[in-house]
Design a protein around this ligand. Structure first.
Ligand code: GTP
Length: 606
């Protein structure tokens, strides 16, 4: 009997899990690759938008520079044409107010005295004016664009010369422009955009947003790291000031004379333009993580299941070994087909090839229907089975089992116990040895052994035990008058009435021709007397029908005695009961006589 466990599920999982792991790994790689592509594409798109926006801002600034150059040109014309007045300068400033805000214009002579100004007294309020005038070159044409601070904001002070026909300096034109005020008019900026305008010495002269914590006029490139961007002219720059990484586009813008170059830098915060992308990357990563967790969970479950299966297999193997080596015949039967699924060595030894796997189990039984009726109605009675050495009587125990790892169908565990020997003994005991063939009552031998048990029990439990001795009255006459056969019949009827009048636990026995004894368990003399009366009356009151149609009646005499715990066995009580019976006969028969313990009798009669 070797149990094999089903392997189909294990094999399926064994293939599915590595395949799933490969798919998950591929999914993660594809996600990483896709994210990288999305990132590159997002950077490229941002760089293109940045380039366009930077060009727009550059154009805006160049337009303003052109407008300011035009203003200076108009001021020169006014000076040269003698039309320079405060009013003309005020008009000139007013023409630029819409595009550049409140600009101020002042004109000084070669000695730096005010000749005209767009606003009364403005020349006294202009920042760094003295330096601008002092630095004016007296020989070569000069137009300086000097970055200045004006009320925390960036501004520029333009100082331009005006020369007569001989090239001598005859006037200095000063234009004050608040730079940041209208720097970005007409430009729509993407969120997170930062703008810086640096002069030729890399000093900050204007910035956006205005609140950025950068000090105007500082000569600080404000760059922690810089690496090339996706489009030419762009770079990824990490700001030392705010720690933000930006994608930055730069432009050089020429101003003044001699030409100086300002640098325009426009930057997008990388975090801002990658926000949506980051969200989708996180989403992808979360999805991959979920699948990964599921895979790990599945792997752990499979490992756990494998450990459990191994445990079950070891356990099953152990049970199988135990069953295999049991001396008792054991079989597993298919509950549907009724064939033998497994048989242990003891079963094969007992039944031979009939008990091999696949054989119909019913063939082991003496009667073809025994197995089917046993399945439905289990019994404690032995059943004849066809063993190799001949018919054996077996006790059959059935236990139904649901489908399991060893068998796909319902099965029945059958254990057999060979009780042939006991069965035989019992049969012999019940027939030849212990029972009277005429009346079916126990015989003297059986009565004697039963009396031993009864005495043991009465002594052990201190319970009363009575003996009843019964003898048919004038029975010789019955034989003599009606013949021996009628005598037998009277004996049978009297025996039946005798037994029927006792209780289930009592034992009636025929111990001689027409002599009977009864063991009355747990019964004192008073109760015994009642029972004896019941017997006497039952026999007396039952007419016995003869074949001739006549009836006869029979009476009995009964003696009863009590067993004493001091006695070794029932002999004494039996003798006292016999003596009481003799007394009953002497007293006229058809009566019950009780043997007193001190041997003085009392009696009752009809
Ligand atoms: N028919 C039949 N008679 C039996 C059997 N065994 C004994 N007897 C008869 O039972 C009778 C017993 O008679 P006795 O012992 O004289 O006693 P009795 O005639 O019953 O008289 P009392 O007992 O004194 O009332 C005898 O005639 C036996 O032959 C039996 O198995 N069958």
């Amino acid at each position: 009997m070797r149990v094999r466990l089903a392997k189909s599920r294990q094999t399926w999982l064994g293939i599915a899990l590595p395949a799933l792991a490969t798919l998950v790994a591929a999914n993660i790689l594809i996600n990483v690759w896709q994210s990288w592509r999305d990132l590159t594409a997002a950077d490229a798109l941002a760089a293109q938008r940045l380039d366009v926006q930077t060009s727009l801002i550059e154009k805006n600034i160049r337009d303003r520079i052109d407008a300011l150059n035009g203003t200076i040109g108009v001021a020169r014309t006014l000076i040269d044409a003698g039309g320079l007045t405060d009013a003309s300068l005020r008009t000139l400033a007013a023409t630029l107010r819409d595009s550049m805000g409140n600009i101020d214009i002042a004109v000084f002579d070669a000695d730096r005295h005010v000749r005209a100004e767009s606003r009364a007294g403005v020349s006294n309020a202009l920042p760094e004016l003295a330096a601008a005038l002092t630095r004016m070159d007296t020989r070569a044409p000069t137009e300086r664009w000097t970055p200045v601070q004006w009320r925390q904001n960036g501004a520029v002070l333009i100082s331009a010369d005006n020369r007569d026909r001989t090239g001598a300096l005859n006037a200095v034109i000063v234009v004050f422009v608040p730079l940041e005020q209208h720097l970005l008019d007409g430009v729509t900026l993407a969120p997170g955009t930062a703008i810086r305008l640096l002069d030729s010495a890399q000093r900050l002269i204007a910035r956006y947003p205005l609140a950025a914590s950068v000090t105007l006029g500082e000569r600080a490139p404000d760059t922690a790291t810089r690496r090339p961007g996706p489009v030419e002219g762009t770079a990824f720059v990490s700001s030392r000031t705010d720690g933000i990484e930006r994608l930055v586009a730069s432009r050089r813008i020429g101003v003044g004379q001699p030409l100086a170059y300002w640098t325009l830098e426009v930057g997008y915060a990388v975090r801002t333009y990658r926000r949506d992308l980051r969200f989708s990357v996180y989403l992808n990563a979360a999805g991959a993580a979920c699948v990964l967790i599921m895979l790990i969970g599945g792997t752990l479950l499979v490992r756990r299941e494998k450990a459990l299966r191994e445990h079950v297999a070891r356990y099953t193997q152990m049970i199988s070994t135990i069953v295999e080596n049991m001396p008792t015949p054991v079989a597993m039967i298919d509950a549907t087909a009724n064939d033998i699924l497994l048989a242990n060595a003891a079963l094969l030894d007992t039944f031979g090839a009939l008990a091999a796997d696949g054989q119909p189990f019913s063939r082991l039984f003496g009667h073809a229907d025994d197995w089917s009726s046993l399945r439905e109605n289990p019994t404690d009675e032995p059943v004849p089975m066809l063993a190799r050495g001949g018919t054996r009587h077996m006790l059959v125990r059935c236990t139904r089992l649901p489908p399991n790892q060893a068998f796909d169908t319902d099965s029945i565990l059958v254990t057999l116990a060979d009780v042939s020997r006991h069965h035989q003994l019992l049969k012999q005991l019940r027939t030849a040895a212990d029972f009277d063939p005429l009346t079916g009552l126990a015989n003297r031998r059986y009565f004697a052994s039963a009396a031993e048990h009864a005495v043991d029990q009465a002594r052990r439990l201190h319970r009363p035990l009575s003996v009843l001795a019964l003898d048919l009255d004038f029975f010789k006459r019955v034989n003599d008058t009606w013949g021996h056969a009628v005598g037998d019949r009277v004996l049978q009827i009297a025996a039946r009435l005798f037994e029927a009048s006792l209780r289930d636990d009592d034992l009636a026995a025929r111990v001689g021709g027409e002599e009977f004894l009864a063991l009355l368990l747990d019964t004192d003399l008073a109760q015994a007397q009642t029972i004896a009366e019941r017997v006497r009356l039952a026999i007396q009151d039952t007419p016995i029908m003869l074949d001739s149609g006549k009836t006869l009646s029979q009476t009995v005499s009964i003696g009863i005695a009590l067993f004493l715990e001091t006695e070794a066995d029932l002999t004494g009580a039996q003798e006292r009961a016999d003596a009481a019976l003799y007394a009953a006969k002497q007293a006229g028969r058809n009566r019950v006589t009780v043997a007193a313990v001190d041997a003085s009798d009392t009696s009752s009669s009809a």
